[in-house]
Every structure is written in C-alpha cells, then in structure tokens.
Design a protein around this ligand. Structure first.
Ligand SMILES: NC(=O)c1ccc[n+]([C@@H]2O[C@H](COP(=O)([O-])OP(=O)(O)OC[C@H]3O[C@@H](n4cnc5c(N)ncnc54)[C@H](OP(=O)(O)O)[C@@H]3O)[C@@H](O)[C@H]2O)c1
Length: 347
C-alpha cells in the first residue's frame, strides 16, 4: 500500500474521466484502468502521456489482472457501473491486492453486500473501503451524519434530492433501469432493514425557498437505507427524488451529451432528521452533480492515500469514514455547492 498511484477503474466513463482529471490537477500519479485497452491508451494521450499517468487493462472476468491493478495502487476508485454487475470483482481485487477502495455505487444491494461480506476480509487485509462516496447516496449520507449530530430520539431521516438537467450517461441509465425494475428493495423502517416489494408513492418534500414544496418519488432506491443507520439511530430512513427529474424529456435520451451539457445539472440535497420535538435540517445546493461525484471520491481517495483515513481498516459509509460536517465543508470549498447546516439558517 505504499504506492503513490491512485487507480481509477472505469476511467473511460464520464465519472472516471472527471476523477482522473481531478487527480492529475492535484498532481497525483494515476493509473487509468478499465476493460478497453485502446480507449485507455487514447485517454492517457489526452492527458499528455505524462509519466504520472499509466494504463492498466483488466476485464471483470480476469481476477489476476484486477489483482495486479490493486497491487500497483495505493487506492482504487471504482467508477465503472452498474455496480450490480461490476461491484464484486473489483472490490474483491482491492482486498486481495491490498489497496484502499472507494466506490460510486448507489445500489442498495451492492452496498449491503460490501458491508456484509467485505468487512472481515478488509480488516485482515488492513485496507479501508468506502462505499457510496458520490452524489446520490453519498451526499445524503454525509448530510444525515452532519444534521443528526447531537440529536436523540430521531423518528425519521429523509434525504431529498431535487435535481434538474440530469442527463444520464449509459452507466447511469443502466443503473436506473436495474434499480427501478428491482422488486426486492431494501427499506429501513421500525428500526430495522427489510427486503420487500415497495410501491412508490407521491410525497411532498418541503424544500426551503427558493425551491419550496416539491412532488417526490418516495422512496427512491438509494444506498442511504443501508449506510445511514450505521451512524444515525432513527426509526426510519428514506431517500426521495423530485418527480420532475425523470419527466424532463432529455433525462434518458442524452447518453451522448457532451461534458459541457452534463455540467449543467442543478441540485439541492436536503436532509431532515425529525424528532418528536422538531429535529434539524441541512442542505447542499449547487451545480454539476457529476463533477461533485468525482470530487467526493477523489477527496476521499487522496485522504486515504495520505494516511488521513479512519484509524482502523474496514468498510465504511462516507459519514463514518470522515467527520461529515468538516468533510462537507472541504467539498464546499471546491466551489460546486453552498452548504447550510443546522443553526446556520432557518431551513
Ligand atoms: N451515486 C452517484 O451519484 C453516481 C455518480 C456518478 C456515477 N455513478 C455510477 O457510476 C457508474 C458509472 O457512471 P458513468 O456516468 O461514469 O457511466 P459511463 O460514462 O457510461 O461510464 C461507464 C464506465 O463503466 C465501464 N464499464 C461498464 N460496464 C463494464 C464492465 N462490464 N466491465 C468493465 N467496465 C465496465 C465503462 O467502460 P467502457 O468505456 O469500456 O464501456 C465506462 O468506463 C454508474 O453505475 C453510475 O450509476 C453514481
């Protein structure tokens, strides 16, 4: 784990490219990894063929090549999805090759699998694995951690995403299709995890002005139901997404949109922790959810590479790996959103 290289698996995808570019901008040595050697070489040339950029081809059905990748890296950022298909082989390779691991998954079953299955092996390997360190799932988890701090008797934690201008990539479209077709969703109700058929309902979430109340898809399948109860004691955890997000005509038909168009998304992620006596709320509002996803994973990976991760190895939710309020503040400083935490404004 002494390698200075941070590997990006799925570097040819939209999120992977953004993560790799951010790592280079921070002067980090990068391994561009994925299944398509020619595409990876072309990407390395785009980065100027610098010595700090190397290429490693490894398909998911080649555990030796994946392990060799992990052996060369200090940290591996997993950006290839859907994680339902790609999650397990890459996570296992990180453990076997002994490098830290950060992923972009929002899939509930992958998140549950990684906590259930990789906890002990990661501890034995002495590595840290952080799952759902991204926009969907990750921002909700971090805000929940920051908002719930010091609260007791929490009845429910609701993470509500208001998103416009989301132009789904191929990976995101495939992921969304798998998630919405899943009839065995994970919920967190009455203080316990359940796996069951869930009938989505229309709910209204009271976003603070200027957004105001919005009609939401509730629940939307997201990783918070697995990650948040690990660090916040509540009876119910639910994620919601504005109904209009998928009603936008171009959401599902923009797989070939250019990076500039994709950068036009706007978001507010608001989290409420509701107690009998009131509770607390916080939010992050800004632009470009794709870049924010990449920055969150890079911020985590760089900390792990520099020895500023959790004290003990194991699998962590974003808000377990780093103190959530300060971590969000550091992300805010990168300029993509404005953060409001409890006590700072009337939400
Ligand atoms: N939670 C969040 O907010 C969040 C944010 C961003 C991304 N994500 C997730 O991250 C994943 C990637 O998203 P994206 O927008 O970057 O998608 P994308 O632009 O379509 O890129 C997908 C990447 O995954 C690789 N890939 C796909 N299937 C693979 C397989 N079977 N074996 C090896 N590589 C494979 C692709 O390789 P090729 O180039 O060879 O096809 C490509 O590098 C998606 O699952 C998405 O849901 C989540």
């Amino acid at each position: 784990m002494s390698s200075p290289h941070i590997a990006v698996y799925g570097a040819t995808g939209h999120t992977g490219r953004l993560a790799a570019a951010e790592l280079r901008a921070r002067g980090r040595d990068v391994i561009l990894a994925g299944r398509d050697g020619a595409a990876l070489k072309a990407l390395a040339e785009e980065f100027g063929g610098e010595p700090g950029v190397v290429v490693h081809q490894a398909t998911l059905d080649d555990p030796a090549a994946l392990r060799a990748l992990a052996e060369q890296a200090g940290v591996l950022i997993h950006c290839a999805g859907p994680f339902t298909h790609t999650g397990e082989p890459v996570a296992r390779a990180a453990v076997e090759g002994g490098c830290h691991y950060v992923d972009h998954a929002l899939e509930q079953h992958h998140t549950k699998w990684i906590f259930d299955t990789m906890q002990e092996p990661s501890r034995q390997a002495g590595i840290t694995m952080i799952t759902a360190m991204s926009f969907y799932g990750g921002m909700g988890d971090l805000l929940a951690g920051a908002v719930a701090e010091g609260l007791t008797g929490i009845d429910r934690v609701i993470s509500a995403y208001a998103v416009t201008g989301w132009r789904l990539t191929t990976g995101a479209r495939k992921t969304a299709e798998l998630l919405f077709a899943d009839t065995r969703r994970i919920t967190y109700e009455d203080g316990a995890q359940h796996v069951r058929y869930v009938e989505p309902r229309n709910a209204v979430f009271p976003f603070p002005p200027p957004l105001g109340p919005r009609t939401m898809i509730a629940p939307v399948p997201s990783s918070e139901v697995v990650t948040v109860p690990r660090h916040v004691s509540a009876r119910r955890v639910e994620a919601q997404l504005t109904a209009h997000t998928f009603e936008e005509e171009q959401a599902f038909t923009s797989e070939h949109a250019d990076a500039e168009t994709r950068a036009g998304s706007a978001f507010t992620v608001a989290v409420q922790a509701v107690t009998e006596g009131g509770g607390a709320a916080g939010q992050a509002a800004g632009r470009d959810l794709w870049r924010l996803s990449a920055l969150a994973s890079v911020e985590a990976a760089v900390r792990l590479a520099d020895g500023h991760g959790p004290e003990r190895p194991g699998v962590y939710a974003p808000a377990e790996a780093f103190p959530p309020g300060p971590f969000l503040r550091d992300l805010e400083r990168l300029g993509l959103f404005t953060l409001t935490l409890p006590g700072e404004a009337e939400l």
